[in-house]
Design a protein around this ligand. Sequence first.
Ligand SMILES: Cc1ncc(C[n+]2csc(CCOP(=O)(O)OP(=O)(O)O)c2C)c(N)n1
Ligand SMILES: CC(=O)[C@@H](O)[C@H](O)COP(=O)(O)O
Ligand SMILES: [Mg+2]
Length: 648
Amino acid sequence: MTPLLDRVKIPADLWNLSVAQLRELADELRAETIDVVSQTGGHLGSSLAVVELTVALHALFRTPHDRLIWDVGHQTYPHKILTGRRDRMTTIRQDGGLAGFTTRAESEYDPFGAGHSSTSISAGLGMAVARDIKAREGVGHERAVVCVIGDGAMSAGMAYEAINNAGALKARMIVILNDNEMSIAPPTGAMSGYLSRLISSRKYLGLRELGLKLATHLPSKIERGARRVEAVARKAMMGTTLFDDLGFYYVGPIDGHDLEQLVPVLRNLRDAEIDKPILLHIVTQKGKGFAPAEANPEKLHAVARFDVATGEQEKAAPAPPKFQDVVSKTLISLAEQNSRIVAITAAMSSGTGLDKFAARFPDRFFDVGIAEQHAVTFSAGLAAEGMVPFCAIYSTFLQRAYDQIVHDVAIQSLPVRFAIDRAGPVGADGATHAGSFDLVYLGCLPGMVLMAPADEAELAHMVRTAALIDDRPSAFRYPRGSGTGVPIPENPLELEIGRGRVLKEGADVAILSLGARLKDALAAADELQQRGISVTVADARFAKPLDECLIRQLACHHRVLVTVEEGAAGGFGAAVMQFLTWTGLMDRGLVFRAMTLPDRFIEHATQSAQIAVAGLTTQDITSTVCACLQEQGEPSRSKSRAAPLRPG
Ligand SMILES: Cc1ncc(C[n+]2csc(CCOP(=O)(O)OP(=O)(O)O)c2C)c(N)n1
Ligand SMILES: CC(=O)[C@@H](O)[C@H](O)COP(=O)(O)O
Ligand SMILES: [Mg+2]
């Protein structure tokens, strides 16, 4: 039963509710959130932590006129329910449904899209400054800007760059630090320790204390001198905080689940004429109100569908090991033999499988927090001193560290090994999390060794190969999910750098695959064979350096050459084309096609649906080949007898 929630169609329906009614509404909203996520899966724990905050913010601020910016956006299920999207919540993260994060295209109540962390304060500051510029010009509207950022997201440099700027600009904005003392995993780092000490060293402020403190900032009620007295008294009583020192007005910590506190405090902050940015520190609990999520916040950060009564998540069908687990297993076994091997993650220890490495080698594992830029340069420093760093970062998050890869790693030719997880489409997390660009942004870097395994056995070989590359940077990129079920070698091979392999020989057409689409290339070859078309299938293994010898043979002995990769245009296929054009191989009647991700962002859906949207299925490869042959004339006639190709 959700009698109050049923009356809320838009946030304005909350404006006249009493605190007691808001309390009831929060209870209904929490139950609804649990119910929805039990049917859809998704980011549960973070959403449950902000139920009361969401209610309070929508009760007090005039969204969408006032700007409410959620960091990451993974905690916005309650926000979506209150902002006109309740009836579509069961479509969340599915094909054609609501997104799992905030997106501008989805709702005017999402003024800034997210997915990656620690952007909210910068975006909010931009909006606050835009407001003020327009006001000086006599256009635009007075509006509040409120950013909600988690304690995990506060480990990223970008948050401090924004605080640095906002403090100096004395921007009028409210930053709410939603501190649930959890990132996905327990947070790491000195800043996290600082926030914990801030909470434990200051008892929660009582209402009266808060009221007094805030009242001093309402100019109609106080005198300048009194303000100064308050500031001095506050410092003497509580000590100043880092945020105060950086030009913010710090308030807190307060209990973020207590609407009796949240509502008056937020009202005061909304109305106070404080000539500097405000930081409200609230303490919440990840998974609040759902016992299994409270008990295991890491496991229930993001969930599959689950049973509301028990919290038991839907079991995935039995499947081969996940790619990330192959990486960690191989790395552990290599690290047993090489004490220089160390592993680095940026807040994704379980996602990258490195939690297992951490359990085995706690002193050789570093979770640096959400700090991808630092993770890369930290790895570079380790490499400079002869360590063997494996820096495991999702493809999409590594984008943030591009200059560090170029300037700190590649130019110095330092042997950092990048384990690039979640390469290619990732499914429900959608466009913000797709690993689309790494082949492009790494493939253009001089000296880089760039590998992509076709399956989990190949991945194991590549982990070992990377460990042995000690004179330059290397990377291997692998998809989200399970392998193909091939046996994983106990003793992985050292691959010859820049050498591909041929899996099937034919005479008419060559398909050169990079990465996990190899199985589709082989299936397409079978289909084409049945139509009388003879197909060679090769696995490039390396996007850089290219196997020029293999490409030359494929080009010389086939009428059509098609490359396939799960990456944006400009990556592997483009490098092959560059080689073909500069060597003149393209001028001899060869028909060449590079099959890549399309030039558009692919929305959330299942991974296989995204591959279909991208046009990278078996069927797509088959029809691309047929279209190429058609262009050449009679499909079944061979250009020449195939010369034997180099064996794999
Ligand atoms: C740049 C970047 N790195 C990593 C992630 C993965 N990630 C998503 S949520 C999250 C934890 C965020 O913790 P916090 O900000 O405290 O939010 P909470 O989940 O506790 O609400 C991480 C590491 C990300 N979204 N963006
Ligand atoms: C919000 C966020 O960025 C992460 O929680 C992400 O959803 C994790 O993705 P994986 O499930 O692929 O680890
Ligand atoms: Mg947190």
